[in-house]
Design a protein around this ligand. Sequence first.
Ligand code: NAD
Length: 297
Amino acid sequence: MTTIAFIGLGNMGGPMAANLVAAGHDVRVYDLSDTAIATLVKQGATGTKSPREAAENTEVVISMLPAGQHVAGLYLGSDGNAGLLDTISADCLVLDCSTIDVDTVRRVQKKATERGQQFLDAPVSGGVAAAQAGTLTFMCGGEEAGFERAEPILSAMGKNIFHAGGHGAGQVAKMCNNMLLAIHMIGTSEALKMGANSGLDPSILSEIMLKSSGRNWSLELYNPYPGVMDSPASRGYQPGFMVDLMTKDLGLAIENAKKTNSKIPLGEHAESLYREKQSAGDGKKDFSSILEILEPA
Ligand code: NAD
């Protein structure tokens, strides 16, 4: 059993923390929302009133927060308040599972290293269903020793745990994956929509493409055309994985492409289409709702 502080109990963090409790760990939780804390307390976690209280005398700190500024604020401090890295002990392992920019990872990692703490970026793929089922994929960036310490903890929340490389490599793997996901979701939507507009049954067209070279994850497991399978498209595009989050991830990919001099013409185009969808007021819909922008004006 390990004593773990878990900060950020939202759609993803809530079920992840619950799985750590179920695996027998002593989990101390904190979120800005009292309701989120209360839900976890009912599941066997210990509620706390601040990140500092949650992390006191713990062996591991895990965070699952919306974006880079929240992660920087938590660990490095903000508005003259000390960050968590200043208060936790040198032998504490810090795992940030949020999807954030590489610069923030490097800033937090630098300070953690100065304080003698091991820090890993450990973003996830799989969404809320996988967070609940404990089948997430973790993509970790950091030193081997930290990864070896993290693996048994992460395995209570995930099925596939990868060491992508040094600090920030987890975030780069995550943004590469999600950029590819956006591109094949849009491509799949275009193919299905053109087929349907030409009189084909989208279910039959899907079956044909699944046995042909157009086969891909979006088509097979997350079909964007309503009524083809039990996917968000068949439930009015309820998320799932929101347009807002996909737009954020594509923004991170574009930022990284600029810094690394990488050409990503399709990634850039995908980002502009997702921003268009977000601007139409559909940010909270599932990302497969991108098919809707293909309706004639
Ligand atoms: P969410 O908005 O549901 O949850 C975020 C939680 O953090 C909220 O409960 C909020 O109250 C809390 N929070 C915000 N600032 C805080 C602070 N300073 N201290 C303590 N708590 C704070 O978001 P989510 O869907 O759980 O996503 C979390 C992260 O996981 C994001 O970086 C997202 O990109 C990534 N992610 C999400 C999914 C998904 O399908 N939802 C999939 C993969 C990765």
